[in-house]
Design a protein around this ligand. Structure first.
Ligand SMILES: C[S@@+](CC[C@H](N)C(=O)[O-])C[C@H]1O[C@@H](n2cnc3c(N)ncnc32)[C@H](O)[C@@H]1O
Length: 108
């Protein structure tokens, strides 16, 4: 699974669109494209780390809106992706990203 950049801040996988470098907005906009609080250069570094595709479990500490957890689950369909956050602000509503209090589980 891979993604393409439409612009410096808009990326698409086969299944979703994400907004990179999204602001930390107390009233986040509707969850499309899904917000990620990371710039393009950092997302690409993570992607390079995923290339071997041997990762089975991901724990994201501080998922905020959940967009990056969903991106990782989409890029790593065999992996289990779980996030925790001390102060989550879920903006993402999707049946592949379920919230449990301060935890999120994202699945392929
Ligand atoms: C920059 S935001 C995370 C952005 C998100 N990972 C992304 O890529 O879109 C940092 C998050 O870390 C969380 N956080 C800070 N300290 C924490 C802690 N001790 N345990 C869990 N989450 C924490 C904050 O509540 C915040 O939501």
């Amino acid at each position: 699974m891979t993604f393409t950049w439409e612009s410096e801040t808009l990326l698409h996988t086969e299944n979703f669109s994400f907004r990179a470098d999204a602001p930390h907005d107390r009233n986040p906009p509707p969850p499309w494209p899904f917000p990620i609080r990371k710039p393009r250069v950092i997302i690409e570094r993570y992607y390079a780390l995923l290339a071997a595709n041997t990762i089975q479990n991901v724990l994201e500490i501080g998922y905020l809106y959940g967009g990056f957890a969903l991106l990782l689950a989409d890029l790593l369909p065999k992996a289990k992706v779980v996030g925790v956050d001390i102060r989550p602000e879920p903006a993402l509503v999707h049946d592949r990203a379920r919230y449990y209090g301060g935890s999120i589980k994202a699945t392929a």
